[in-house]
Design a protein around this ligand. Sequence first.
Ligand code: GDD
Ligand code: MN
Length: 234
Amino acid sequence: MRKGVSIIIPTYNERENIGRLIPAIFSALSKASIKGEVIVVDDNSPDGTARIVSGLSKKFNVKLIVREKKAGLSSAVLEGIKNSSGEIIGVMDADFSHPPGKIPEFAKSLEHADIAIGSRFIGGGGIRGWSSLKMSRSAIASLLARGLTSVSDPMSGFFFFRREIISGASLRPKGYKIGLEIMVKGKHARVAEVPYVFHDRMRGKSKFNAKEAINYLVHITRLYVHKGKLVAWP
Ligand code: GDD
Ligand code: MN
């Protein structure tokens, strides 16, 4: 029987964040007496992110996977899941936008749910530091996903789930929204939402760009086809 929580963190040029995030995650886990591992999937970041993770792996239960080149957030997360061993899997960003102190609440909600989605849009949640452009971009993206899921924050990149819900699912990672892919294709009956306040990163740069926006459009088109809500064209 599998036990514990595996936390997957995709990284690309997160040198300024990862060295503080990993100790913060283990401190949150140990305060709640949760056994866990962290799996960092780094795409050969030129800033030396992997070196920092490798140093921390001597002190903490951290596994480092380095891929040859930048190949996208979603596929990095799937690679991390393949190399993980926990009964519960969590996904979070490296830049402190997803507060590590919330991890025990996710673990707790999975005692009665199959998947727990971090939400910025329920009581107790929020967004700090985003421009109105980012807010409206995210609102439009969420609107486009409305026919796929009824959760309040379909764009969430902060979520935990029981490993068994993806067994047998044919996940096709594309772009950023691995959470949406799992929400749509995972076999889950019980969904929980965990409020959190998203803080825009203080250090390093976002990797979101126009190419990722196009990836998103292709991705949700595929998901609507998967759901039978759109007929695939030849
Ligand atoms: N390995 C790998 N490869 N990691 C990547 C890649 C990649 O190609 N692209 C991004 N990442 C990592 C970053 O280093 C970071 O840890 C995480 O993925 C999120 O990237 P950001 O660039 O910080 O994303 P964001 O802040 O614009 O968007 C985040 O928040 C949104 C709101 O919740 C993401 O989590 C979105 O999915 C989410 O919708
Ligand atoms: Mn970010």
